[in-house]
Ligand binder design. Sequence first.
Ligand code: IPM
Ligand code: MG
Length: 360
Amino acid sequence: MSTYKIVVAPGDGIGKEVTTWGRKVLEKIGQVYGHTFTFTEAVIGHVAIEATGNPLPDDSLEKMRASDAILFGAVGHPKYDNDPSAKVRPEQGLLKMRKELGLYANLRPIKLFDELLNASSIKPEILKGSDILFFRELTGDVYFGQPRERRDNGNTALDTMIYSRYEVERIAKKAFEAARTRRKKVTSVDKANVLESSRLWRETVQEMAKSYPDVEVEHMFIDTAAMKLIKDPRSFDVVLTGNLFGDILTDEASQIAGSMGMLASASLGDQTGLYEPIHGSAPDIAGKGIANPLASILSVALMLDISFNLKKESEVVIWAVEQTLKEGFRTGDIADATTPPTHILNTDQMGSKIIEKMGQ
Ligand code: IPM
Ligand code: MG
């Protein structure tokens, strides 16, 4: 019997709709297993800009620092996408949260539920059995490198791709250790044939590999990795990569799992962990009540496992998702031509199914 302090930061778009169900799943776990979860809400993103002018107000950050884990939704609003001149942007809230909380390791497990083999645009025989764990570095690289500025009266722009040995070492260590609990293979992805920062990345990983003789290490260029990921996804176990390459590869890899709507992620550092779907705010469907809540629910499974070491509780959540899919229920994004209309559920119906299952 324990008490856990959770901050819920729904953010923008479908964030609110999906984190509502993540929270309900935690409440259900609390009821069934006798844990107490307390919830505090924090604003971030466009909603925070509207309310305070700041995409991550200090008050939100303080609540997050004081919590045991954060359940995050998404940030982003179409208003900013075609306005490159906007100085204050929702995404700044997300990046600041990652940096301030020291969340340098982003784990993105790509696990395909057999029931969704046909939801992907990739052939089932290529996909079946794919199980990849991405370690994306999250607080460095061109996302944060300085200088980043306009020069030449605004006609030239630059960002800085930068890594230090220490930043590579701490994420690589997590990847190697995770590989030991899996199929013992790490694919480190870089662009060492062109970029100096990638050459440091590769050199560091090669050096560390000596301490993990039981783990097979392969180095791959980002362009090759992008190609191999859809050609032969089963050849990957743990993928270790930098912030920008990881951002791109994990969206691509989401297609292995059928839909972005299924993928959860954990961002870890030395303190509070952050759990979120890998999908964004999806403004096109926001407010319609049709978003897939499963990524948020599976983020809760990751939280229970990683932050609270509640393995059984985590497995129950995954089991409930699996069973619901087995019974043929789908949200629109993972339905296919064979899904009967009676089995296509909206957000609340899907969320309720999962809660119902967890009580069985
Ligand atoms: C992600 C997102 C973010 C990123 C955006 C919203 C800033 O794409 O979490 O993958 O680029 O990291
Ligand atoms: Mg992304």
